[in-house]
Design a protein around this ligand. Structure first.
Ligand code: HEC
Length: 174
């Protein structure tokens, strides 16, 4: 019984994903965005952000996040003990420290993702608004594919944790 329920749920999730991909393939970006209620409620909740969310396909960004990032960061960016740190209410704050923008793109999860430069930039632009719009500097410039391409040539190997701690120290004392 339990087993069957699990399969039914899996089948549901699969068909939902297939439907999403169908929408993405079948329609161009703006049509897909306009017809999707998740995306619409997302933009509504962003109406009060100090910085404006760059033009992007939020639905595609979310699917890419689910496929490539959620395994470690979890669905709502909350992370887990001993896994990835929580991004909720904190991730955009790194943009307020010198070197913080670079840090966000050089962490291994971002720099070495299978996503291409454009899709990575889109996920990053989406996630900082999704998880921490209140800390986005008012003069924030969207991450660009070129910038991602440049930064991912020098991914952190072991130094991410140390640099992260230094940035947090800076933010706490400024
Ligand atoms: C294998 C697990 C893993 C995956 C997959 C992963 N990350 Fe991470 N991520 C981490 C860990 C751990 C950190 C903390 C820094 C470090 O030690 O690398 C981190 C840090 C970050 C940070 C910096 C914020 C902070 O608080 O340190 C961002 C932004 C980020 N990840 C985004 C992403 C995105 C976007 C993806 C998908 C494209 C992704 N990550 C995939 C584990 C992962």
């Amino acid at each position: 019984m339990q087993q069957r329920k699990y399969h039914t749920q899996t089948a549901y999730v699969k068909s939902a994903l297939i439907a999403c991909v169908g929408i993405l393939l079948g329609l161009n970006g703006s049509a897909a965005t306009a017809s999707d209620s998740t995306t619409n409620s997302l933009s509504n909740s962003m109406a009060h952000a100090a910085a404006e969310m760059p033009t992007l396909n939020a639905h595609r960004a979310m699917i890419n996040y689910i496929i490539h990032c959620q395994g470690c960061h979890l669905r709502n960016g909350e992370g887990s003990e001993g896994g990835a740190p929580s991004m909720v209410g904190v991730v955009a704050n790194f943009l307020n420290a010198p070197g913080g923008r670079e840090f966000l793109l050089r962490v291994p999860g971002v720099a070495t993702t299978a996503l291409d430069d454009a899709a990575t930039a889109e996920v990053m632009n989406w996630l900082i608004f999704e998880f921490d719009k209140d800390h986005i500097p008012a003069d924030f410039k969207p991450f660009t594919p070129d910038e991602v391409g440049h930064m991912r040539k020098k991914p952190y190997v072991e130094e991410a944790e140390k640099i992260r701690a230094e940035l947090i120290d800076y933010l706490n004392s400024n």
